[in-house]
Design a protein around this ligand. Structure first.
Ligand code: ARG
Length: 443
């Protein structure tokens, strides 16, 4: 029974929040005259002492004490004696755990935000270096059109910005205090829920005591935001894996972020990126697990809810570590811009530019231009040449508008430089986007 019932091995991570919430509660009980001022002082001094002990020596794990709430209270009894028994007046572990956990998730949102911000800063630094470096842009993992590496990296800065927005929103919504809901129905003692809410930095007390002890949607929101962020990280990790492979050769990983093989001496494997990619599974699973825990639960508290913490802690740890690892990789990997530049022209990647040229310079309708360029690509393929090297006579045979001048305009440099629409890949646009992202990051 103890083994299945006890949560202390997991919820010991809530010790700071538990002690903070108990200190707020005891101060309120004293201020309201529910316990004496002397008892409130004794409790507070005892809790402060426990905080010092736990910070120094860690939290003792005794399954007989079940969870962090009982662990703190039992130690308080040893230190403060009789007044300790008055701390639990007008509260229950149900509002206590909901309060502690909200405080923890609130700070987790802040810590993940800081990690996402670090990743953005690293991406921005690399984007600045490579605002004009040309690489192939892909659709279907087929070379599509040339883009700038800076532009590609900025795409992840945008994703991270939305991820941060999700954690910000989750934090704002969860920031209400369950404390004082007691077991589920509220309490007959003249408590001051506004005071405890304020002391703990909550915006206000939760309005419904039944909701306060039952709800875990704040934890679900955290897991949902974490899962979406993890999917973004996984895509970046996947690109690093692909780019680091020899057929691509777009990046070289530093020794610090690659591993060798026990048999093949030449190997440099992108293990960290692969683990970030794989761990997105854990994060998606965390949301799923918590959703299933909550799904069929009648109001109010059932012990199923105890497993919310292991789920959220696991998601937090995986995401925080993934962020740190990816940030380290982004900061230190070497971009092989020569290789990227060479492949940017492959696959007739400037074919769209030729179609655009025919539209702009020769007044050809786009659909017809698309058809003409298709024929040019086919002929170039047959001849085994780049589009720009299609012989003038061959080009003229396809359509009179495909002049040597048109073919000469088909460099990857001209292609990216022409993409000046807002949000486009032209180096000048990328530099503007970097400046805007920098300003947003620093504001
Ligand atoms: N350890 C419990 C949890 O994490 C605390 C709440 C216990 N409440 C109860 N009614 N048994 O959920």
């Amino acid at each position: 029974m103890q083994e299945i019932n006890a949560s202390i091995p997991v919820d010991k991570r809530l010790w700071e929040e538990d002690i903070a919430a108990s200190r707020a509660h005891a101060a309120m009980l004293g201020a309201q005259g529910i316990i004496t001022a002397a008892d409130a002082r004794a409790i507070d001094a005892g809790l402060a002492e426990i905080a010092g002990e736990f910070a120094r020596d860690g939290v003792p794990v005794d399954l007989a004490l079940e969870d962090i709430h009982m662990t703190v209270e039992s130690r308080l009894k040893e230190i403060a004696g009789e007044p300790a028994g008055r701390l639990h007046t007008a509260r229950s572990r149900n509002d206590q755990v909901a309060t502690d956990f909200r405080l923890w998730v609130r700070s987790a949102c802040e810590r993940i935000d800081a990690g996402l911000k670090d990743l953005q800063a690293a991406l921005l630094t690399r984007a600045e270096e490579h605002a004009a470096s040309i690489m192939p842009g892909f659709t279907h993992l087929q070379v599509a059109q040339p883009v700038t590496l800076g532009h590609h990296l900025l795409a992840y800065v945008e994703m991270a910005a939305r991820d941060r927005g999700r954690f910000f929103d989750a934090r704002a919504r969860l920031n209400e205090s369950p404390l004082g809901a007691a077991a589920l129905a509220g309490t007959g003692f003249a408590i001051d829920r506004d005071a405890t809410a304020k002391a703990l930095g909550f915006a206000r007390p939760m309005a419904n005591s039944i909701d306060a002890v039952s709800d875990r949607d704040f934890a679900l929101e955290f897991c949902a935001a974490a899962a979406i962020a993890a999917l973004h990280l996984s895509r970046l990790a996947e690109e690093i894996v692909i780019w680091a492979s020899q057929p691509f050769g777009f990046v070289a990983l530093p020794d610090a972020w690659s591993t060798g093989s026990s048999i093949m001496p030449q190997k440099r494997n992108p293990d960290a990126a692969e683990l970030v990619r794989g761990r997105a599974g854990l994060l998606l699973g965390a949301f799923q697990r918590l959703a299933v825990i909550v799904k069929g639960l009648p109001l109010t508290y059932s012990k199923d809810l105890q497993d919310d913490k292991e789920t959220v802690f696991g998601a937090f740890d995986a995401l925080a570590l993934s962020l740190a690892a990816l940030t380290g990789m982004v900061e230190t990997l070497t971009f092989r811009t020569d290789r990227m530049r060479a492949l940017a022209a492959s696959g007739f990647s400037t074919a769209t530019d030729l179609a655009d040229w025919l539209v702009r310079e020769a007044g050809v309708p786009f659909r017809e231009a698309h058809h003409i360029v298709g024929a040019c690509v086919k002929r170039s393929e047959e001849l085994g040449v780049e589009l720009s090297a299609l012989p003038a006579a061959e080009a003229a045979a396809i359509h009179a508008a495909v002049t040597p001048e048109a073919l000469a305009a088909l460099t990857v440099e001209a292609s990216v430089a022409s993409r000046i629409s807002y949000g486009g890949t032209a180096p000048e646009r990328v530099r503007q986007a970097i400046a805007a992202a920098r300003a947003a990051l620093e504001s």
